[in-house]
Design a protein around this ligand. Sequence first.
Ligand SMILES: Cc1cc2nc3c(=O)[nH]c(=O)nc-3n(C[C@H](O)[C@H](O)[C@H](O)COP(=O)(O)O)c2cc1C
Length: 242
Amino acid sequence: MDSSAFSSFLASRRSTRDFLPKPVPQDVIDAILTDAMTAPSWSNTRPYMVAVATGEVRDRISTELLRRWAIAGEALRGSWWKKVLFFLKRDGLPTSDYKVWRPYPKDVQPRSQKIGRDLYTHIGVARGDKAARDREWARNFDMFGAPVAIFIFTHSGLPTYAVSDAGLFMENLMLSAHARGLGTCAQGALAVWSDPVKAEFDVPKQYKLLCGISIGYPSKDKVNTFRAERLPIADITLRPKS
Ligand SMILES: Cc1cc2nc3c(=O)[nH]c(=O)nc-3n(C[C@H](O)[C@H](O)[C@H](O)COP(=O)(O)O)c2cc1C
């Protein structure tokens, strides 16, 4: 394969944040998963499992995530008393298997702040417009309108390498989808509440929800023309001690 064509293909994959309702045929989903399984894995253990949510299952999960986001968002924006009530009632509190809402380490936090700023500027959401930001955030829980959400679970008995293997699997999956004209968005947001997903699938207890990936055909919405900045390799390359 021509290496420059391969580089261009890799560079052309971008997160999709608005999807058409057009269904994705089951044989296409199967082909993407088969491609994903060609990823390398620690001792070929493949310590991950996936749950493919479509149709009513996808809709029930999304409805419940949106309900919890509405409750949590209102409490977190509200008075201290509303916050206390939220913690006492517990409805809407995160039930994630991993700490999804952990603050970013100081050295990488500016990158995260930049991507948020750049994305919202691109779609015309003003900095102080909290209502519009909330609305955009809520779209995560509707899988940005995608007809398919694939939830990735990792084996808790192999903590670090299960997550690394799942990451390789996910990248293969997203590139395979991209090669078929589909868009994807990996979403930590889809793991904030794990029990609505576990209510729909038989998840063995040693498997933890890592994240979700929304999949579908991209719409022509402006959000899909957003191009996240690519850091130069010098920013992640260690120099030898002199
Ligand atoms: C593990 C993981 C979790 C992510 N979570 C979210 C998310 O919850 N919501 C979202 O809109 N994008 C999410 N993203 C997408 C990243 O923001 C995106 O990959 C990054 O900004 C680079 O942009 P690109 O994918 O368009 O190249 C996530 C990506 C990864 C790999």
